[in-house]
Ligand binder design. Structure first.
Ligand SMILES: Nc1ncnc2c1ncn2[C@@H]1O[C@H](COP(=O)(O)OP(=O)(O)OP(=O)(O)O)[C@@H](O)[C@H]1O
Ligand SMILES: [Mg+2]
Length: 445
């Protein structure tokens, strides 16, 4: 344990997301107002700040000017009729957000369009949920908080300096292209026509003419990545050369650390992306040149789609949601010294872990459905995962061995119970560590 380590805030730990690129901002655009923008004297106010859904979230990120600029450019684009575009695959409403030039800059997932959100636009999935509830959803997760899980994964990534999750925060956006109910659209139309007919008398009394902003997760768009399925297939027939395979292994370990800590239940190979290319200026002259022969190529991983993590209990035995990366050859290689040096000093410090829980609390508590006892359970699972991970790193285990370790929960402030309970006292708090009694059906988890 390193009690000397100074406590640092998430803000100070912020590192840039992987290879996020976005086009230059345009602020001089004129044209139709975005649905979230007020009228008259209110036009100069922040576009996205209204609290329609009574969540405690605002589009204000004084600690993060880069992210703030991206949200502003999304705002300008929407004002100019360049609306977020639904992502067709997927079980819920997810949207590519663009800037004024039409370039993708983010992925927005509104809370009320999540699989359990009441405005989920994918009705076939909704039918599945109604007709076959046992095949839908995950009973170990807090319902309809996917957007918090997305932002929480980014928080963990930043705090641990893993740098594999594209920066994700909770924002509010409104767009014609989002799924609204008929009432919201009708109110919006009525307000608009009244304001246009009586701009002085009525317009200035109407706070917002447009559609109500939706709260949701906004993840920075990463350019030049393809899903892991594609690249892993390629690597099977054309193995990566050194030192690229070592670089890939280091990146892979970071993904493992993230997924294990947040206990991601949805890490299929479609939910992480890989970028592997040649630096600008180093492109081979001949197009037929072998892609394994490029000089100083870079390989990077982006862990996207983190909305099904932070369970409040370990998944049930019959449906254990394995980490699909556990089947990859990279999972059989013991954790590197590099990842141990990065992770162990942080996670061995109980203050650091406590701070991580507090930062997540600050994020999660803003949801209108926040339940403190559920949150405590989520943190108990996470502490258990951290305990296992720390042990696995110390013992020189591989990711595959890590996921085979017995599942642990570490509860705060409760007396020990059961034959496996063990009490650990740390500054000001008592923690009880206990093992999950039943082994999961899939031995991987
Ligand atoms: N940050 C990002 N940068 C670039 N592309 C992204 C990003 N996030 C998502 N995508 C692209 O959008 C697709 C869908 O994203 P994602 O899996 O997060 O959405 P989803 O609606 O949760 O889908 P599903 O329900 O199928 O998991 C991804 O397969 C990827 O191609
Ligand atoms: Mg997905």
């Amino acid at each position: 344990m390193n009690s000397e380590r100074p406590l640092r805030s998430v803000v100070e730990d912020i590192v840039p997301p992987p290879d996020v690129t976005f086009a230059p901002q345009r602020t001089d655009l004129t044209g139709p107002r975005s649905p979230t923008r007020g009228m008259g004297g209110r036009e100069s106010q922040p576009l996205l700040g209204r609290d329609h859904e009574h969540h405690d979230f605002e589009n204000h990120f004084p600690d993060d000017p880069v992210f703030m600029d991206v949200i502003r450019s999304a705002d300008v684009a929407i004002e100019n009729g360049i609306y977020p575009e639904i992502i067709y695959q997927g079980s819920s409403g997810s949207y590519f957000v663009k800037n004024a030039e039409g370039k993708k800059i983010g992925v927005f997932k509104p809370k009320n369009e999540e699989p359990y959100g009441h405005l989920n636009p994918k009705w076939t999935k909704w039918m599945q949920k109604i007709c076959c509830p046992c095949c839908f959803g995950r009973s170990c997760l807090v319902l309809n908080q996917g957007y918090l899980s997305e932002a929480g994964a980014s928080l963990v990534d930043l705090k641990l300096q893993l740098n594999v999750v594209p920066k994700t925060r909770v924002v509010k956006l409104a767009s014609e292209t989002f799924n609204y109910n008929a009432a919201d659209r009708a109110i919006s139309r009525t307000k608009k026509s009244l304001s246009e007919r009586f701009p002085d008398k009525i317009g200035r009394h109407i706070h917002r003419v447009g559609l109500p902003p939706k709260v949701g997760s906004f993840q920075m768009y990463v350019d030049g990545y393809r899903d892991a399925y594609y690249w892993l297939g390629k690597f099977e027939t054309e193995p990566l050369p050194e030192p690229i395979s070592t670089q890939f292994q280091f990146q892979f370990e970071r993904l493992v650390v993230l997924d294990y800590i947040i206990r991601n239940t949805d890490r299929g190979n479609d939910n992480w992306l890989i970028k592997y290319d040649v630096e600008e200026g180093e492109k081979p002259e001949t197009p037929e040149r072998d892609w394994t022969m490029v000089e100083q190529p870079k390989i990077k991983i982006a862990a996207i789609d983190n909305g099904l993590a932070f369970p409040f209990k370990h998944p049930d035995s019959w449906r254990a949601y394995p980490y699909y990366w556990a089947w990859l050859p990279q999972a059989k290689i013991p954790f590197s010294t590099e990842i141990k040096d990065l992770i162990l000093p942080q996670l061995s410090d109980m203050n650091f872990v406590q701070e991580l829980c507090e930062d997540l609390y600050e994020l999660f508590r803003k949801d209108k459905g926040f339940d403190k006892s559920k949150f405590e359970k989520q943190m108990s699972v996470m502490r258990g995962q951290i305990l296992n991970l720390t042990q696995a790193l110390r013992d020189g285990k591989s990711p595959l061995q890590l996921v085979q370790m017995p599942l642990v929960i570490v509860e705060r402030g409760k007396p020990g119970s059961g034959p496996f309970a063990e009490r650990v006292k740390t500054i000001g708090d008592t923690f009880t560590q206990s093992f999950q009694e039943r082994r999961p059906f899939f031995s991987w988890c």
